[in-house]
Design a protein around this ligand. Structure first.
Ligand code: COA
Ligand code: AMP
Length: 626
């Protein structure tokens, strides 16, 4: 039996033994005796008798063990022309002081703090400072509009917001302060303060309740880490569900630290002193887990990159960062490689850089199409590892566990389920399907440490959304199959979640924006295939009878409305005015059928269709043949 199979079997046969052993990689203020706590099943908890501080584990303990002068974080920002390295000692000190600043304005254990910042060191400092105090951070991605930020403020009810005055996109400076102010006008809940980090590209206007980051830290005293229960929340991260209301995924302290530290070694083969780079954003789960927490938990050096794969300044940007900082492994989304490939198909930029230290490319966030896999593999000459996970799971469900055992790769597959994840393919009735048959991907409960224990303040919604479809299973929302060798093929979402440039979005929330327009009687938004971004949203609207508005004017208003209410990240640019939408006899819009036709697939028309002629009329529009 290979090392992978041995670990996998052991993790399912003896989860307590497996994960308590992994827990020894973490420093606890009270070591857990117990692994899984099933007393409130199906709400499972891990290490419920343990106590620790995540910030201590990420920073202090490395300093205490003599690694204080090792690089913890390399900030590389082509958009500002800055590169800065923070040692572990320096980062710990800054985090301790900012934690003191937060405490000085009343933030303590269990309080929520919203962080609305771009990819700058202060975002990492703010997250770790919350962790140090036992406060719960909720980072909101900068590409979201005020209304989305307001929805998160109302759900998380933060004591303070920590924001930067602006983010820098290749084509423009995005002023964050007015976005925060508008969100606060929309929100019912009002935090005590906004702490603003001023950036010179666009300083923000300080209002009555606003505090300046620099002034606040100049008076602050460093604070020590506050021990918390392993089951206390470390953060809440909102993600798109099938409805417009985002889901507040809760992450605990103990299970999270154990699982991430374990994954760094077993999946990514990264340890103390290795330079590791995740090119994502701290606003997404990939950023939380693998820009901030996991690399620091294991004493590695993490690269924080404020730039894009192309245009900052060119398609060689990723290769420059790898070569300049001696990056051992990079983790990004396939869309980033497709962006590079589009501009530099022969990867001519590669010749300018020495990638001697580079050993592995990890990709996730969306399906890795075989063409991109082959391109990356051929050009870079290193293993390219597709792996599959979700905001909810916090770390990969399936991967090629390079640190345990490098398994053969199959293009199109995320390889095998990792220890702790009992993955099954189910049919509509919940019957386990045999190898090769496609169905819903579900995970048998309990989930391993690090996976979400619940949704913020809403156990009922957690159970309803994830655990109620199939008794005893967590529903991933993805469809796919497992082949005869046990390899997982994730084929796409089975719900209304779409993936645009690696960003998870809800078509339901876009439909809500379209439906709110006074001219719109009904609407549908579907995610269609896009060669660069993986998927793009497309809207279809039916006008109310008697409404007089030109298609062009309506289209422009709807595109602007989605940008205003959801944000530029939705990349919503295309909407068609149609006579009718295809429906079943019970009135359900046939979105899946529409998606299939738009993507050029042969689709079977459901026998329950109400009026097939509606689809006939729509077909050329869906296929852009109109
Ligand atoms: N703050 C404010 N606005 C943002 C933003 C942020 N943090 N991130 C993106 N936006 C804006 C962009 O400026 C763009 O606005 P525009 O419509 O005015 O041009 C819009 O949101 C869409 O952005 P994006 O999806 O990033 O598209 P792009 O065309 O600018 O870049 C890629 C395409 C593929 C290069 C880019 O998406 C990328 O690097 N993706 C990497 C994937 C990734 O990080 N995934 C996270 C999970 S692993
Ligand atoms: P997020 O919660 O933003 O990480 O998005 C999770 C979703 O992205 C999953 O449910 C999948 O639909 C998709 N996804 C992530 N990684 C992969 C992958 N390697 N292959 C296929 N789909 C993926």
């Amino acid at each position: 039996m290979g090392a992978y199979e041995d670990s996998y079997r052991r993790s399912l046969a003896d989860p307590d033994g497996f994960w308590l052993e992994a827990a020894s990689a973490i420093s606890w203020t009270r070591s857990p005796i117990r692994g899984l706590d099933d007393s409130a099943a199906p709400l499972y908890r891990w290490f419920s008798d343990g106590e620790l501080n995540t910030s201590y584990n990420a920073l202090d303990r490395h300093v205490e063990s003599g690694a204080g002068e090792r690089s913890a974080l390399i900030y590389d920002s082509p958009v500002t022309g800055t590169t800065r390295t923070f040692t572990y000692a320096e980062l710990r000190d800054r985090v301790a002081v900012f934690a003191g600043a937060l405490r000085s304005v009343g933030v303590g254990k269990g309080d929520r703090v919203i962080v609305y910042m771009p990819m700058i060191p202060e975002a990492v400092i703010a997250m770790l400072a919350c962790a140090r105090l036992g406060a719960i951070h909720s980072v909101v991605f900068g590409g979201f509009a005020p209304k989305e930020l307001a929805a998160r403020i109302d759900d998380a009810t933060p004591k303070v917001i920590v924001a930067a005055s602006c983010g820098i996109e290749p084509t423009r400076v995005v002023e964050y302060k007015p976005i925060v102010d508008s969100a606060l006008e929309l929100a019912g809940h009002q935090p005590d303060h906004t702490i603003l980090l001023q950036r010179e590209n666009a300083p923000g206007k300080l209002g009555e309740r606003d505090l300046d980051w620099e002034t606040l830290i100049s008076d602050a005293r460093p604070v020590d880490p506050v021990p918390v229960a392993a089951t206390d929340p470390l953060y809440v991260l909102y993600t798109s569900g099938t409805t417009g209301k985002p889901k507040g995924v809760v992450r605990d302290n103990g299970g999270h630290a154990v699982a991430l530290a374990w994954s760094m070694r077993a999946v990514y083969d990264i340890g103390p002193g290795d330079v590791w780079w995740t090119a994502s954003d701290v606003g997404w789960v990939v950023g939380h887990s693998y820009i901030v927490y996991a690399p620091l938990l294991v004493g590695a050096t993490t690269v924080l990159y404020e730039g894009k794969p192309v245009g900052t300044p060119d398609a060689g940007a990723f290769w420059r960062v790898i070569s300049e900082h001696h990056v051992k492994a990079l983790f990004t989304a396939p869309t980033a490689l497709r962006a590079i490939k589009k501009v530099d198909p022969d990867a001519a930029e590669l010749a300018k850089y020495d990638l001697g230290a580079f050993s592995t490319l990890f990709l996730a966030g969306e399906r890795l199409d075989p063409e991109t896999y082959h391109w990356a593999h051929d050009k870079l000459g290193v293993p390219v590892v597709d792996h599959w996970w979700q905001t909810e799971t916090g770390w990969p469900i399936a991967a090629n566990p390079r640190g345990l055992e490098a398994l053969p790769t199959k293009p199109g597959s995320a390889t095998v389920p990792l220890p702790g994840w009992n993955v099954q393919i189910l049919d509509a009735d919940g019957t386990v399907l045999p190898a090769g048959e496609e169905g819903a991907i579900a995970i048998k409960l309990p989930l391993p440490p690090g996976a979400l224990p619940t949704l913020w303040g809403d156990d009922a919604r957690y159970i309803l959304s994830y655990l109620s479809q199939y008794d005893g299973y967590y529903l991933t929302g993805d469809g796919g199959y497992i082949d005869a060798d046990g390899y997982i093929f994730v084929m796409g979402r089975t719900d209304d979640v779409i993936n645009v440039a690696g960003h998870r979005l809800s078509t339901g929330s876009m439909e809500a924006v379209l439906a709110a327009h006074p001219a719109v009687a009904e609407c549908a938004v579907i995610g269609v295939h896009d060669a660069l971004k993986g998927q793009l949203p497309r809207g279809f609207v039916v006008l109310k009878a008697g409404v007089e508005i030109s298609s062009e004017a309506l289209q422009a208003e709807l595109v602007a409305a989605v940008r205003r209410d959801i944000g530029p990240v939705a990349a919503f640019r295309e909407v068609s005015v149609v006579d009718a939408l295809p429906k079943t006899r019970s009135g359900k819009i046939l979105r899946k059928t529409m998606r299939g036709i738009a993507d050029g697939r042969e689709v079977q028309i459901p026998s329950t269709i109400e009026d097939p002629t509606v689809l006939d009329t729509l077909r050329p529009i869906l296929r852009h043949e109109d």
